[in-house]
Design a protein around this ligand. Sequence first.
Ligand SMILES: [Zn+2]
Length: 496
Amino acid sequence: MSHTYDWVIREASLYDGTGAPPVIADIAIEGGRIAEVGAAGGTARASLDGRGLALSPGFIDVHTHDDFAAVLHPQMEFKLCGGVTTCVVGNCGMGAAPFAEASVMARAFHPHAVLPEWRGYAGYLAQLDAAPPAVNVGVLIGHGTARMAAMGQEVRAPEAKEMARMKAIITEGLEAGALGLSSGLIYDPGRFAGTDELVELASLMRGTGALYATHMRDESTGLLESVNEAIAIGERAGVPVQISHHKASGRSAWGLVRESLQLIERAQARGLGVHADQYPYTAGSTILSAVFRDGKFGGGIGELSAGDVVIASSAARPEWEGKTVVELALAMGCEPEAAATRILAEEPGATVVLHVMSEDDVRTVMRHRSTMIGSDGIPTLEGKPHPRLYGTFARVLGRYARDLGLFPLAEAIYRMTGFPAAKFALEGRGVVKPGAHADLVLFDPERIIDRGTFADPHRAPDGIVSVFVNGVKAVEQGRATGLRPGRALRRATARS
Ligand SMILES: [Zn+2]
C-alpha cells in the first residue's frame, strides 16, 4: 500500500535513545509521531538527507528553571537550538504555583516581565496549552513555593494548618499532572524544612509515579549527609529520588563524589530508584542571596572566595555583569563582603556564576551510570547567564563523548533521552521507535560543540542541523523556524 508521510529523514546514523549502537536508517514521521523506522516505503511531502549526520531523540533537559521563560519567551531558542525538545521546569523547590509566591522567582529571573496570572499548576499547564512554547514542558511542584504560601519565611516546623495548606498545593499539582515534587534546601524558605516535613510531603506521591527531586542542603563538605538525607526521604516516603546537579562544591569537598556515588549505588541495590542529573561545567550558578548570607560567603556550597563569584545578571546595574565580587569591591573601594551587601541592596535578585568544582569530579560523576544530563540553565536573557543555558547537551556530546572519550556517543545520547524519559515517566518520548512522539535532533557528530563562554554566553552550539518537536520542524540549519509545536506534558498516571 502506498503511503504519504509528512516527513522522511533518509539514511541518517540513527541513535534510538536506548544506548544501542547506531544503525543507518530512514525515519518516517506522520501526525506528530514516528511512523516507520528502517526502509520507509511510500512517498513524503518533505524529506531530509541525513547522510553523514546523527539522528537521535530530542534532548530532555530534566533540570531547568524555564517555568516563566516558557511563557515569556515561548520561542525558547536558547534550548531549542541546542537540540532540547523537552524541559522539566520547577526544580530546586521553585515552582510555578501558587502564582503570588512563584512571581517572586519570576521577578528575579525576568525583572521587566509582565506575566499573565494563572491558578495553580492546572492553570499553569492550561496557559501553556493556550500559548504553546516551541519545546515540550513538564512540571515539578516546588516545595519552597508551597512553603512560602503556607507559612512565609517562618524558621520552624509547620503547624497542622500550614502542613494541610502545603499538602493541598502539592495535591493540586499532582492531580494536574506534575511529574514530581522538588526541594531547594539551600534557599529560603526551603532550608527551614526538616527531614520529617519533606518525608510527609513526599509521601503524597507514593504510588503515583511522581518523583522527589532535590537540591540538597549541602553540596560541599556535608555532601554525604545530604545524599543520605535525600535517600532517606525517598525510602521513608516510598518514592523515587532525583539528586539535582550532583557535584562536590568547594575545594575541601573535592573528591567526595566518589563516596556519594557509592551511597547512590547502595540505595539502588536496596531497591530505591535514585539517580542524579549533572551539567558539564566546573562552575555553578545561582542567586547571590543564597551564597552570601549574614555578611559572609558560603552556605551549602562550601567555602567560597569572593574572587570565584562572578555577577551573572543584575538588571539594576548591568555594568556589574561579568565582574567578580573582588573586582567590584576594588572599584567600590571596600571589602568584598561590603560590596556583596551593596550589590544585594541594589539588586536583590542578582544571579552569580561560581567557580567551585574540580574537572576530575565532573568526569567521575558523568561517567557513573546513575547520571543523566540536565542544564540547570538560568534563563536571564539580558545578563551573562552561565553558558550551560545554551551549551549543556552539545558540550557533553562534543567535548566529553567525542573529544575526551568518556563514553560512546550512543551512551551520551541515552543519558539525555531514553534514560531521563524513563525516570520522569515521559511516555512515548526519549526513544525513536514506531508510535513514539517525533521529537528528533539531526546533528553533525564531527562538529557538534558548545560555543558560549562565560564572557559571551548567548551563543547556540555548533553542529545542530534540524530539530523536530512533535513532528514539526522547529529548527532548520541551526535556526529556529518560528513554529511553536511544544506541548504541556502531564504525568501519564495523573487522574484526569
Ligand atoms: Zn539547584
